[in-house]
Design a protein around this ligand. Structure first.
Ligand SMILES: [Zn+2]
Length: 255
């Protein structure tokens, strides 16, 4: 009897790579918003579906979303990748860089670091979610401007590096041409809920900071106190000035 070889400790690197490739294909199939689903499935198994869609799937029925120009963000993202690579001492001008295969991970840009850098340094992208940038990375990978440099690529891009085509795009950048693509399902979600993913994690992170924690706790009790106080207010005094003069006149009488 043959023992299962896809268990993490039994499979080879090549099997792991193939497993992730299949998982990534599944993920992209689910995120797809622009190609007939029957077409994708049939093509996956090496056949042609024909020019028309199935007219039954969600894409055929709803149609693709509006195309979006990703050029501005793509240039920012790719410039950060290039700068990261430069500080790591990688030479994008040497020709063997893209023909000699993978290098070690330490010398390659890191997706999470790149996105953190952009969100921190460029105010207009401060609220743009990591999920949105992952969508952009998929588009750039599709057009061949970046590639995954990890030894074993996972479902989401981890170590994006610029390709020759990407470098050419960065250096030429014709002003009139955009970088139009269909936003995928994850990108659409990130656009419609710009704060939903990051705000919850930031809220959680905030409690670790003693100053933020103090402010939040003070804000909570402060609100409660104000409510209780309002119940005790004497009737007939509506403004703060009236209440204050009432208290002052009472204390004067006591004296
Ligand atoms: Zn279809």
């Amino acid at each position: 009897m043959r023992t299962p070889t896809l268990l993490p400790n039994k499979r080879s690197d090549e099997q792991t790579r193939a497993a992730y490739r299949m998982l990534r294909d599944c993920f992209h199939y689910a995120l797809n918003t622009s190609t007939c689903r029957a077409k994708i499935l049939v093509k996956y198994f090496g056949e042609e579906f024909g020019p028309d869609g199935c007219k039954m799937c969600d894409v055929c029925i709803n149609g693709p979303p509006e195309m979006h120009d990703f050029k501005e963000e793509a240039v920012v993202f790719m410039n950060v990748l290039q700068a990261q690579a430069a500080t790591e001492g990688m030479d994008y001008n040497s020709t063997d860089c893209y023909t000699s295969g993978r290098r070690n991970i330490g010398a390659v840009p890191d997706f999470r670091m790149a996105v953190s850098y952009i969100r921190e340094k460029i105010p207009r992208f401060a609220m743009t979610d990591k999920i949105w940038w992952q969508g952009l990375a998929r588009i750039l990978e599709d057009v061949g401007y970046i590639q995954e440099a990890a030894e074993i690529p996972r479902v989401l891009i981890q170590h994006p590096e610029l390709t020759r085509a990407g470098l050419n795009f960065l250096s030429s950048q014709p002003d009139e041409e955009g970088l139009y693509a269909y936003p995928d399902a994850a990108t659409l979600l990130a656009i419609s809920n710009p704060k939903s993913f990051s705000s919850s994690s930031e809220w959680g992170r905030g409690w670790a900071d003693p100053e933020i924690r103090r402010q939040r706790l003070a804000g909570k009790t402060g609100r409660r106190k104000r409510k209780r106080g309002s119940r005790k207010q004497p009737a007939g005094f509506t403004t703060a000035k009236e209440r204050l003069s009432a208290i002052l006149s009472k204390s004067k009488r006591r004296k």
